[in-house]
Design a protein around this ligand. Sequence first.
Ligand SMILES: [Zn+2]
Length: 54
Amino acid sequence: MKIYSCQMHIDQALDELIEKEEVYPIMKAVPEFEKLSTKCTYCKESALYVVANK
Ligand SMILES: [Zn+2]
């Protein structure tokens, strides 16, 4: 599972992943080339972070 998030929603993304996967999530910056085409899961901002379980 992967959740894309903007600056505002990163806490929400981390909480959601912990709740669903029951592991501590890994947070990475979205690569430059993906930023333009990737939106936050919770709003319409460009995603800055991707949270994943591995
Ligand atoms: Zn957002």
